[in-house]
Unconditional design. Structure first.
Length: 91
């Protein structure tokens, strides 16, 4: 538990940041899962491409804010694009 005034303030700020980061991480997961669902349903459609671009945009934004590591964002984007290309070739 925090002892002094500075410790209490730091603890409160950490909690605010944690909640903000959690909501952004959750949003990123939602966009990625929507893109994966779109790829699975119809990999060649325009809405699929839009879903992928939106997921990539959100991953980049989270990485830029420092919420996820830049390498984590790059890896997830790469996997998403690879999945889309594989599905498009199969279709």
């Amino acid at each position: 538990m925090p002892k002094g005034k500075g410790d209490v303030k730091r603890h409160e700020k950490q909690e605010v940041r944690r909640l903000r980061n959690r909501s952004v991480r959750s949003a990123v997961k939602t966009f990625v899962s929507r893109a994966r669902t779109a790829i699975a349903s119809d990999p060649v459609e325009d809405t699929t491409e839009q879903a992928i671009l939106k997921a990539i945009q959100e991953l980049d934004r989270a990485a830029r804010k420092g919420i996820i590591h830049p390498n984590n964002a790059a890896r997830r984007k790469s996997r998403l694009i690879k999945r889309a290309r594989t599905a498009a070739q199969a279709a």
